[in-house]
Design a binder for this molecule. Structure first.
Ligand SMILES: Cc1ncc(COP(=O)(O)O)c(C=O)c1O
Length: 423
């Protein structure tokens, strides 16, 4: 099934408003059905009361579990609604009863918030964080992961599509290693859910974390966790409340079954309804067809950018995603992002470079421009970005006029203070 791009764009208020949105790895544009479900629920809350609106929305809230499960090949009771993917990820990692000397194997492109949590657990609980090497092509080396598994390995976790590189990690191969050794496998699928078909069975996942606002095109402040029922019921999450557990007697409580034990009572019900609609919208559009189109658009963008003098594309990997990262000679990433937005109405973002990308750090690059395409983007939008980058670089490279005040050398460059990278 192909994609009806015109219909997708008609259903996307942001496209109709004229924004060229190439920041889908940050937060994509919501389609109209998601916007309407969200606003309708908020209106109901205002008119009826929050709890009363929730009661009326029970069917829609229930559909969220079915839709999210269908999207990743799980079952509804294995889905928990969360307010961010980081929350989901940390909830499962911190549910493990880590003992001094237990090991976790991760990858060099692990998301920064996850690395921070692991390093904290290393300091506080004495766990050993082992980082698997990359292949020369940039993806995590699944064979190296296999060689690192030992008797103390309690978890293998990797990022499927890193936030700041255009590659796709070989999740299936790493999942097979985990399965072969009977080690739980946690996949951060934040950038891949909604971007490409996901099947937790084929990937060998034990848990999978996802966010709502990126390729899924859901509301901000939403996400979900998929967790295999058996594993979920073998652990106790770090935070329990009246939804994830029941107070059964003066001195006793029972933890809820399956994924529900990872889900708190208070939440954005509008967000949950909206995320359910976003999951349904992605499936109705066709995730496979979207994946094809995203790859074609990203390929076009990389090829065109590589043809612009002074621009360098930094994506690694044999298998690519819709994320395109690049730098421009003489133009720091925050300035390029700002000027693209202010002068041409094109949204991109600044991406921090992982401390493990040594080659880039050696070249003085700690920030890149990230352009991330979705199925509703067009060739024309890609071409507009490339043309404007060409103009910006040409101006940045023009020799300075004799009496102009000296400007700092911007390539290789350091980040501009106060302009941090965006997730
Ligand atoms: C690869 C990856 N993992 C995890 C996250 C964190 O997601 P959230 O901000 O929903 O916690 C992000 C966000 O940018 C991401 O890109």
């Amino acid at each position: 099934m192909g994609i009806d791009v015109e219909a997708l764009r008609r259903e996307t208020p942001g496209c109709a408003a004229g924004v060229v949105h190439l920041n889908n790895a940050g937060a994509a544009l919501m389609p109209r059905p998601v916007v309407e479900a969200l606003t309708e629920h908020i209106r109901e809350e205002a008119l009826r009361g929050g709890y009363e609106a929730e009661e009326a929305a029970r069917p829609a809230l229930g559909r969220f579990y079915a839709e999210a499960a269908a999207l990743v090949g799980g079952s509804p009771e294995e889905i928990a609604f969360v307010d961010s993917a980081t929350r989901a990820w940390q909830a499962v990692v911190l549910a493990i009863d880590w003992r001094d000397g237990d090991e976790v194997i991760t990858c060099r492109s692990e998301y920064a918030s996850h690395m921070i949590a692991l390093l904290r657990a290393q300091a506080a609980r004495g766990i050993v964080v082992r980082v698997a090497p990359d292949l020369p092509s940039g993806e995590v080396d699944a064979q190296a992961v296999a060689a690192m598994v030992g008797p103390r390995t309690r978890l293998i976790c990797i990022t499927h599509i890193p936030t700041n590189d255009g590659l796709v990690n070989p999740a299936e191969a790493v999942g097979a290693v985990a399965r072969a050794h009977g080690v739980p496998f946690l996949l951060d699928a934040c950038q891949s859910v909604g971007q490409m078909p996901i099947d937790v069975g084929a990937l060998g996942c034990t848990m999978l974390s996802a966010t709502g606002r990126k390729y899924l095109r859901g509301p901000r402040g939403t996400g979900f966790l998929w967790v295999a029922r058996d594993w979920a019921e073998s652990v106790t999450p770090p935070t329990l409340d009246v939804n994830s557990a029941e107070w059964t007697g003066p001195a006793s409580f029972a933890v809820a079954p399956a994924a529900r034990r990872f889900e708190l009572w208070e939440r954005s019900t509008a967000g949950q309804v909206g995320l359910g609609v976003a999951c349904a919208y992605a499936r109705a559009t066709g995730v496979e067809a979207m994946a094809e189109r995203i790859l074609a658009l990203a390929g076009r963008l990389r090829t065109a950018l590589e043809g612009v003098t002074g621009v360098r594309v930094h994506d690694q990997g044999r298998r690519r995603s819709g994320i395109v990262t690049f730098s421009a000679e003489g133009l720091p990433a925050p300035e390029a992002v700002r000027r693209l937005r202010e002068e041409a109405g094109i949204n991109t973002s600044v991406s921090g470079v992982q401390p493990t990308r040594q080659a880039l750090h050696a070249a003085g690059l700690t920030q890149l421009v990230r352009a991330s395409v979705h199925a509703y983007n067009t060739d024309d939008e890609i071409d507009r970005l490339v043309e404007h980058m060409g103009r910006l670089v040409a101006v940045a490279q023009r020799p300075a006029r004799p009496r102009a005040s000296p400007r700092p050398v911007a390539f290789p460059h350091e980040p501009t203070p106060g302009q941090g990278a965006q997730p």
